[in-house]
Design a protein around this ligand. Structure first.
Ligand SMILES: [Zn+2]
Length: 80
């Protein structure tokens, strides 16, 4: 994965895997082991493009009506 600069301070971020959450149509969806960028200077976390793509995939197919918990590795295999 490409390393991006922090959107706030411009320093290099590092990639971490976290349980990312996003609200889709009023439901909180959790994506386990999702890669995010973390800036240790700002203590800020930014969703990676890969993680955003998975959330979009879930939203496009209205999967949040059936489930609220998804695994990043399982879902990313469907995308790429
Ligand atoms: Zn920063």
């Amino acid at each position: 994965m490409r390393i991006i600069k922090c959107l706030i301070c411009g320093r290099n971020t590092s990639v971490h895997s976290i349980n990312a959450q996003k609200k889709l149509r009023g439901k909180i969806i959790t994506l386990t082991n999702a890669p995010v960028y973390y800036c240790s200077a700002c203590k800020e976390t930014f969703l990676s493009k890969e993680t955003q793509d998975v959330f979009r995939y879930i939203q496009d197919r209205s999967l949040e009506y059936k489930y609220i918990l998804f695994d990043y590795d399982d879902m990313s295999k469907k995308l790429y």
